[in-house]
Ligand binder design. Sequence first.
Ligand code: HEC
Ligand code: HEC
Ligand code: HEC
Ligand code: HEC
Length: 301
Amino acid sequence: MRIYRGRVAATSRPEARSQEMGELMSASSGRSGKGWALLAAAAVGMGIAWSAGAQITNTKHNLGTAPGGTGVNQFSGTGEICVFCHTPHGADTTAAVPLWNRTLPSAGSFTTYDSLGTSTLDGKTLPVGSVSIACLSCHDGVTSMSAVINAPGSGTTGDAAWVAGTWSGANQTAGKIAAGLITNIGTDLRNDHPIGIQYCGGGITTTSTSGSNTDCNDQDFKGPNKITGQNIWYVDTGTAGRQKTDMILYTRSGETFNSGGTSVAEPFVECASCHDPHTTNATFLRISNSASAVCLACHTK
Ligand code: HEC
Ligand code: HEC
Ligand code: HEC
Ligand code: HEC
């Protein structure tokens, strides 16, 4: 059983349940205080997943030596967590991603979903970019995960400067996500849910959205919401207003929808529409996918 923002979702897969227990155990074993252990034990007793405080610490995205990481891959060179993805200075700005500490791959290295040629795809597919290319800077399996722009410490730049560390764990090879694993998305995206894809099955039909499916070209989609006065889009999954549990939609410069003299930046689906890289939810999903709630958040099927 798992609680997402006050809602209780049943986990039917036993392995998912034991994985959650594993997360709980590692969350408590990383801390020595008796209070933590007691609280964790109480949480186990009640069947409630640990979610207070540290989020990303207790996930597979904690790649350094900081306690709590649930993945098998670990780099011995740092106890920092954020540094594998973010830097306070000197970030890569070739895509609109927050303070990215990795050199982003070139869009041209990917084969996009639309080239599969399904007859049902209506939306426009953009070159891989936005937050998706940030995820793929590790999940394409091409570059070592310790290859960062700004290594920890004073004045070091580039992977070569970050030599004081080694990778261990069965799911990596020389710090790259190992080939053949499902987590190695690779550079051929024809076998993955479309990304960089226009929302709404061919885009929106109005600049002033109401969150109704009539705002969509293909009315089998839930209408997107937009923060008033800003070009910030999302598909609402619960409480009104944008939360991180909503399916976030992303805009790109130059991609606009125009109607009656009004122009808005258009919404697209990217990796982080469905995933939040910091959450302890199973497979980093924004909401539980119990009863396929993730899919049904956008697709009215
Ligand atoms: C595995 C890569 C990864 C790690 C590690 C990581 N982040 Fe992020 N972070 C991202 C990505 C990708 C985004 C953009 C997500 C989005 O569009 O919602 C992001 C967005 C953010 C944002 C802005 C959006 C938001 O959710 O508030 C903040 C703030 C942030 N990260 C802080 C942190 C901090 C602090 C740490 C370390 C404790 C950290 N991140 C570790 C990948 C990472
Ligand atoms: C710094 C490298 C890095 C970045 C950037 C990164 N990841 Fe990961 N991610 C990993 C590693 C390592 C794993 C564990 C892989 C394994 O053990 O097979 C992982 C695992 C995952 C998993 C599987 C979790 C599970 O429970 O099995 C998902 C889902 C995921 N990442 C999504 C994302 C998304 C979405 C983004 C961008 C928003 C992202 N990641 C960015 C390194 C990264
Ligand atoms: C439309 C929603 C959606 C988008 C977009 C999406 N994912 Fe996922 N992803 C999922 C769901 C749902 C799962 C869980 C699948 C499962 O339980 O097997 C998942 C699982 C994963 C996993 C774990 C491996 C697996 O399949 O079990 C990784 C890694 C991952 N996603 C990375 C990414 C990356 C990187 C991107 C962008 C290139 C991306 N995802 C885009 C919905 C999405
Ligand atoms: C954030 C919104 C969103 C979520 C969540 C989402 N999808 Fe989609 N999906 C889309 C969009 C947009 C398209 C492109 C539709 C088009 O242009 O015809 C799409 C396309 C598809 C297609 C059709 C591809 C084709 O070739 O016609 C399938 C199948 C699909 N999604 C399945 C899923 C499943 C299964 C899930 C849950 C794991 C899911 N989607 C979650 C937005 C979403």
